[in-house]
Ligand binder design. Structure first.
Ligand code: SF4
Length: 335
C-alpha cells in the first residue's frame, strides 16, 4: 500500500492523520514490522494496527551462502509457493536480486525457473517483502543497495504489481531507493517496456538477449516467437533512454559462443547505446547445456571489445549454492 492509500484507509478507520506516516517509518525506515514495539503509537492503536494488517515479511525457509558472501534465500509464501531472493555483496554496495513471479511461463530452454512452469504473480507486498528481508540480513548497513529484478519470473508480465512495488521502494517515505539503482531485466515484452519507460524513466533496463539472431533466440526463448527480436531492437533504437540498455548474454557452449556469433551479435545491436553482460552458463544437471571453457569465453569477449562494445563478464556468483535462476526453488520443490 502506498502512503496516500494507507492515509485514506486509516483515516476512514478513525486513526489520527499522522498514523500512516508513523507506520511507514516503522515498517520501512526502521524495518520493524511488529506493531507491539512501536513506541510512539498509542497502545490501543498498536493493537488495532496489528489486527488490521499482516505486516511481517514472509518467512525464510532455507538459506545458503558461499565463500564470496553471496547469500541465497528460499522464501515461503502464504499459499505454500516458494520464491528465491539473493543478496550479493559488491564493491561499495549490495545488490538484491528479486523475484517477481513464482515460477515463470516463458520456458527459456536454459532456465531452471522456466522448467518449473508458472505458478502465479507476486503481489507488490511480496516483492517489497523481499527487500525488507534482505535489509534485515544486513543489520545496521545503511549504504547503497541496488535492486535487480533478475530472480524468478518475467517482471513485465506482472507489471501492475511491479510498478506498485517500485513506487513503494523508491518513495522517500518508503525504502527511498534511487530509481537509478533499480534494474528491471526482461525477456522482451514490448507493451511492458513502453509502460516502464513512461512510468519509471530512470529505472535501468536489462534485456535478456542470449542469441545473435532471431532464429536461435526463438529456439532458446520461445517468447521470441511472439515478441520478435527485430521489433524489440528497433524499439531500443527508437527510444533512446537516459540509461544505456544492458544486453545480457548467457554463454552456452557450442550453442551461442563462437567468434562468428560474437561478430553477428555486434552487428545485431549496432546503433543501440548498450553494455553487454556476458554470463557464462551456470550448469544445471537437469538441463542439457554446458558452460564454455575460459578460453572460449575470453575469445568471445575480445571479439566484442574489438568492435568497440562495452563488455563485462559476469561470473555467476554462488555457483556452489545453486544460485542460478530458480535452482534452489526447483530443488526444494522436489524434496
Ligand atoms: S530466463 Fe527469465 S524469462 Fe526465461 S524462463 Fe527463466 S525466469 Fe522466465
Amino acid at each position: 500500500m502506498q502512503l496516500d492509500e494507507l492515509k485514506a484507509e486509516l483515516h476512514a478507520a478513525g486513526f489520527p492523520a499522522f498514523t500512516a506516516r508513523q507506520v511507514f517509518q516503522w515498517v520501512y525506515h526502521k524495518n520493524n514490522q511488529d506493531p507491539a514495539s512501536w513506541s510512539n503509537v498509542a497502545k490501543a492503536g498498536r493493537e488495532r494496527l496489528a489486527a488490521l494488517y499482516g505486516l511481517a515479511p514472509r518467512p525464510i525457509l532455507e538459506r545458503r551462502g558461499d565463500a564470496g558472501g553471496t547469500r541465497k534465500f528460499l522464501i515461503g509464501l502464504a499459499d505454500n509457493h516458494r520464491i528465491e531472493t539473493v543478496l550479493i555483496p559488491e564493491k561499495g554496495h549490495y545488490t538484491f536480486c528479486l523475484s517477481s513471479q513464482a515460477g515463470c511461463a516463458l520456458a527459456c530452454a536454459f532456465c531452471a525457473t522456466g522448467a518449473m512452469g508458472f505458478r502465479r504473480n507476486l503481489s507488490a507486498g511480496e516483492i517489497v517483502s523481499q527487500v525488507l528481508t534482505l535489509k534485515k540480513e544486513l543489520g545496521d548497513y545503511a549504504g547503497r543497495i541496488n535492486l535487480v529484478f533478475m530472480g524468478m519470473g518475467e517482471p513485465l508480465l506482472n507489471y501492475e504489481n511491479l510498478a506498485r512495488a517500485l513506487r513503494i521502494v523508491c518513495a522517500e517515505d518508503g525504502l527511498n531507493v534511487s530509481p537509478r539503482h533499480v534494474t528491471v531485466s526482461t525477456a522482451g515484452i514490448l507493451a511492458g517496456l513502453d509502460r516502464l519507460e513512461h512510468d519509471f524513466p530512470l529505472v535501468k533496463i536489462a534485456f535478456s538477449l542470449n542469441a545473435p539472431d532471431p532464429l536461435l533466440r526463438s529456439e532458446l526463448m520461445p517468447i521470441s516467437r511472439r515478441e520478435g527480436l527485430v521489433g524489440l531492437l528497433d524499439y531500443f533504437r527508437a527510444h533512446e533512454r537516459r540509461q544505456r540498455i544492458t544486453f545480457e548474454y548467457v554463454l552456452l557452449a557450442g550453442i551461442n559462443d563462437s567468434p562468428a556469433q560474437a561478430r553477428q551479435l555486434a552487428r545485431l545491436i549496432h546503433g543501440i547505446p548498450a553494455k553487454i553482460n556476458l554470463i557464462p552458463y551456470n550448469p544445471n544437471p537437469r538441463l542439457p547445456f554446458r558452460r564454455p571453457d575460459e578460453a572460449g569465453i575470453e575469445k568471445f569477449r575480445s571479439v566484442l571489445l574489438e568492435k568497440g562494445l562495452t563488455v563485462v563478464t559476469r561470473w555467476s556468483k554462488g555457483e556452489d549454492i545453486r544460485s542460478a535462476c530458480g535452482q534452489l526453488a526447483v530443488l526444494t520443490e522436489d524434496c
